[in-house]
Design a protein around this ligand. Sequence first.
Ligand SMILES: Nc1nc2c(ncn2[C@@H]2O[C@H](COP(=O)(O)OP(=O)(O)O)[C@@H](O)[C@H]2O)c(=O)[nH]1
Ligand SMILES: [Mg+2]
Length: 221
Amino acid sequence: MPENKKNTISKIIELNEDLIRNNDMLAAQNKEIFENYNIKSFDIVGAIGAGKTALLEQIAKELSSTYRVLVINGDVATRVDADRIENVGAKAIQINTGRECALNSYHISQVIKNIDLSKYDVVFIENVGNLICPSDFILGVSKRVVVVSITEGPWVIEKHPLLFKMSDIAVINKIDLLDVIDVDLNVMINDAKEINPNLKIFTTSCKTGENVEQLIQALLE
Ligand SMILES: Nc1nc2c(ncn2[C@@H]2O[C@H](COP(=O)(O)OP(=O)(O)O)[C@@H](O)[C@H]2O)c(=O)[nH]1
Ligand SMILES: [Mg+2]
């Protein structure tokens, strides 16, 4: 390979490593701030349409009677998700990332800087719908929750091992559709366990509410 091409590649790798190092440093600061305010914080990751907002609508609705809940919704465009959350009575902040396929710790640090965190007990961050990009960017939360749905097909977990390795809780959603979608739920659960034996796994339906209560209890532990 010509020398100038080699130099360009090593420069790109260096820049990428810098980006991730800076992100990790800001994430550590975010984590410390959340902890100083005694806030439980969650990064909810998963593909577009998996049911992240639908789960958050149910969780925010239930927790709002006892806790002061803030939801930060990340999307490339629109404030559809923040409006959905505010409709169930919780405070929501929408972040539009434009071209970026994941939230990063800078986005969260800017939110933290501009709000009074003493007003909240629990913060949920709905990441941009994507099963790949968020792996590189931790946000500085207490727990990461990865959400997939059975409609994404039986291989969705084994095809995205990194995000499952880096999560604390996995949700397999839309189990009300098990009769019409050709997937074996046990195979999906085993795939997740094999990738990360420490994962807590929940199979849920936002349509019927099945197992959502158990998920909420696990979040609060
Ligand atoms: N049947 C069924 N539909 C669901 C379930 N959860 C979400 N949906 C639907 O899936 C679509 C995408 O949900 P949404 O919450 O916007 O997904 P997000 O992109 O991950 O936030 C919506 O039409 C939801 O009503 C579920 O458990 N069962
Ligand atoms: Mg959403």
